[in-house]
Write a protein that binds this ligand. Sequence first.
Ligand code: COA
Length: 144
Amino acid sequence: MRNEFAKDFPSTDGATIPTYSTEATRDFYTRTWESGTRHSTVVVRHVKDAKLAAYTAVQFKEGSTAAAQQSPWVAKDFRGHHLSTLAKTANALTLAKKGFRYIDTENATNNVEMLATNRRLGFYLRGCEGDFVSVYRNGTWTSA
Ligand SMILES: CC(C)(COP(=O)(O)OP(=O)(O)OC[C@H]1O[C@@H](n2cnc3c(N)ncnc32)[C@H](O)[C@@H]1OP(=O)(O)O)[C@@H](O)C(=O)NCCC(=O)NCCS
């Protein structure tokens, strides 16, 4: 999943596509777990063939009120059906039951699909950073 996401994750100009080995991924999750960080993840699979369609994850520490959005992603074949809205809503309901009141996220302004999804879900602007990133769309990186 991490490799699929990395292929079209909005990235700084001149980006190359990183790949993550199973070992590196296991190491990442082991170290974050040992640091007291927890993940809540929603994975969507197609009922017909169990093909991976979408996933989303947040990180959080028990006892806090805000979780941090990690990596919403919808497989190219499944985009255009609001799957990221559904996956993020399912995760938000789980977090609300745990007592979380906020989810913090970052959104490149040229990532229009993610921006529309987040607005629909009730996210609002709290601040900004002056990074310039490109979005991978229709086979190429575009910066605006
Ligand atoms: C961002 C992403 C998860 C959205 O996938 P999705 O759930 O299939 O999104 P949809 O195509 O259903 O569109 C979601 C919203 O964007 C809008 N949208 C779609 N294409 C658009 C466009 N070209 N311009 C403006 N809005 C657009 C839709 O109308 C919809 O808005 P609505 O909820 O108000 O109706 C998906 O594009 C993706 O995986 N991108 C690569 C990874 C990524 O960028 N993740 C986010 C990193 S922060």
